[in-house]
Design a protein around this ligand. Structure first.
Ligand code: APR
Length: 421
């Protein structure tokens, strides 16, 4: 329930940016702002333990590693191990290695589970004196198109509080309150259901030598490292399938068949669920002084590992733009949405291409299966195709780095103009 102004016990606090949500997006925005000496307050609905344990993505792409490096923060916020950039494809059990190495200078990607990144960002932010408030309930956003928005919330002990600010960073994921604070009709939603389900399984079982994507007549499967002793597996299934229908024995049998590895070592399964592959983009990613960051603005299907990396991209663009604003230049804030959306659509296209290729190459009607296998063949034989793939995997493609002047949107008043897409 939204906190009413009349219920507030104290006069409002004041800061430069209120960050809503302490996931990868929110903690990156907050850490970069704090590092720039800019005041911010982070409001997170859940407890610190809950946020620190949430397992999802597992790879910080090369571009994102170099982004943290450019802030002088890579050593402090990145855990895990460097990734050698080699991805294994198995088609009908035959293995092909594809490298994302483009010969460029700089640190490589990292196999860094999301919860490790969030834990380290949180530690860094707090060590630098950051203000992070967990278990903030009933967060609500007000006056987003005025000069000073207000964010209200209820503390864990029930006290009602308000914070006024220059900007709100909406980093509260797909089901948060930030986007719902935008009046109907201001944002356009582009939604897509891929018609594919994935059973995702987390197990205490040896990780693969390289992240592994497999396709064949039995369908798609994948095997990714999650730390030195754990793995995440994916198995294509009907979108409405029942996880209860997947006994441990059935999971391991299907993985051995689809990965083409009869000797695959099993281990205790610690988590399993089924989800539909879907994609979603909200345009623009701004309303007045509210900026949407990460999953609050877009969902990308997991193929290609772009979800968390897009969130890190948005966070970097926003933090730099706020830093410029504080120094008297609002032009980067005005291009925030257009710039992020260019990369979002670029990565949506890559993820969609890889999703279709690996699923169509498996259990699909013959014409589409042949097309998908021709695409894989090109990837495995053409240096130019492999180079384009590497550029997309690393995130080092130049997409989104320049935005034309006509894409500027209004930061300081009105509802943000309808640019982009
Ligand atoms: N008030 C405060 N906090 C909230 C609220 C709310 N009303 N609603 C949600 N949150 C918090 C959640 O508890 C969570 O900690 O916002 C955070 C959102 O985090 P994520 O859902 O992880 O979103 P984001 O940070 O954008 O993540 C980016 O990483 O692995 C991927 O799937 C993940 O693609 C996503 C990406």
């Amino acid at each position: 329930m939204a906190v009413q102004a009349s219920e507030l016990q104290d006069s409002p606090e004041s800061t430069t940016v209120v960050v809503i949500g302490a996931g990868p997006a929110g903690m990156t925005v907050a850490t970069l702002l704090r590092h720039s000496g800019i005041d911010c307050v982070v409001l997170e609905r859940r407890s610190r333990d809950h946020v620190a344990q949430r397992q999802r993505a597992g790879i910080v792409e090369t571009r994102a590693v170099r982004m943290f490096d450019s802030w002088g923060l890579a050593e402090r916020v990145l855990g895990g191990v460097p990734y050698d950039g080699i991805l294994e494809f198995r088609v009908d059990g035959h293995s092909r290695l594809v490298s994302d190495s483009d010969g460029s200078e700089g640190p490589p990607a990292r196999l860094c589970p999301q919860q490790i990144l969030v834990q380290k960002l949180t530690e860094t932010f707090l060590e630098d004196g950051g203000d992070l408030r967990f278990e903030a309930a009933d967060v609500s956003l007000h006056d987003l198109t005025g000069d000073r928005p207000t964010v209200r919330y209820r503390t864990a002990d029930g006290t009602l509080r308000a914070i006024t600010c220059e900007f709100v960073a909406g980093c509260d994921g797909d089901r948060g309150v930030s986007r719902t604070a935008v009046p109907d009709g201001e944002l356009t939603a582009y939604a897509f259901d891929h018609g594919i389900g994935w059973l995702t399984v987390l197990a205490d079982a040896p990780p693969p030598a390289h992240p592994l994507l497999a396709t064949g007549r039995e369908g798609f499967a994948a095997h990714f490292p999650r730390g030195p002793h754990a793995s995440r597996y994916y198995l294509q299934c009907p979108p409405d399938d029942d996880p209860g229908a997947w006994s441990d024995g059935r999971v391991w049998d299907a993985l051995r068949t689809r990965l083409g590895d009869p000797a695959l070592v099993s281990g205790p399964i610690t988590d399993r669920e089924i989800f539909r592959l879907r994609s979603l983009v909200h345009d623009p990613m701004q309303y007045g002084r509210l900026f949407l960051v990460g999953d609050a603005a877009h969902i990308v299907s997991p193929m290609g590992g772009k979800g968390m990396n897009l969130a890190l991209y948005d966070a970097d663009v926003l933090a730099r733009a706020v830093r410029d604003f504080v120094r008297g230049d609002d032009s980067a804030l005005r291009t925030y949405s257009a710039r992020c959306l260019r990369r979002v659509w670029n990565d949506q296209e890559f993820s969609h291409w890889l999703t279709r290729t690996l699923h169509d190459a498996g259990d699909c009607e013959p014409f589409l299966r042949h097309l998908a296998r021709a695409r894989l063949d090109r990837l495995f034989t053409s240096p130019a195709a492999a180079g384009a793939f590497a550029e997309l995997m690393t995130g080092l493609d130049p997409t989104g780095e320049a935005v034309s002047h006509s894409a500027l949107s209004d930061v300081t008043g009105g509802g943000g103009d309808r640019t982009g897409a």
